[in-house]
Design a protein around this ligand. Sequence first.
Ligand SMILES: [Fe+2]
Ligand SMILES: [Fe+2]
Length: 172
Amino acid sequence: MKISDKEKQELEDIYQSFLNDEKILRMKEISMHRGSNCYIHSFKVAQTAIKRALRHNKGNLHTVLIGSILHDYYLYDWRVDRSKMEHHLSAHPYVAAENAERDFGIHEPIKKVIKSHMWPVNFSDFPKTKEARIISLADKHIYVKEIVCSKRYKAKREAKYLRQIRTLFPKK
Ligand SMILES: [Fe+2]
Ligand SMILES: [Fe+2]
């Protein structure tokens, strides 16, 4: 999908406003796999999902972008709050969708992509739209990349990840 420079800039502006949003920055406190955290993970998923949507000519780019940035906006750390551990895998998409609606006023299509990103764990919540399928697959792709790297050099890796997510589109 070819998009104009204006559309590209519009997406980059949305990405930047989320990247620097105080509410979103809280996701940095939530650790994830091997040197990643919820913040890094979400913006990496956004970059991958947008790249794929453009490559395969699929979906509403705003929904893909905002849905992927907010797909894990559940705002608790089950490693700290053990009461959340047992149902985390299946419950967090619904918590994230509610939080995202409360804090960013998102509409139903974006809520839907957030809720279905954990398919097939949540088997009844199949990602029905193109946008939802792109995000669900991008999430799994990034997750696998995060867990296959070693536990060593965690701090170094975190700094590298933070550099990588600075912009949605790489600067030429
Ligand atoms: Fe998730
Ligand atoms: Fe995720």
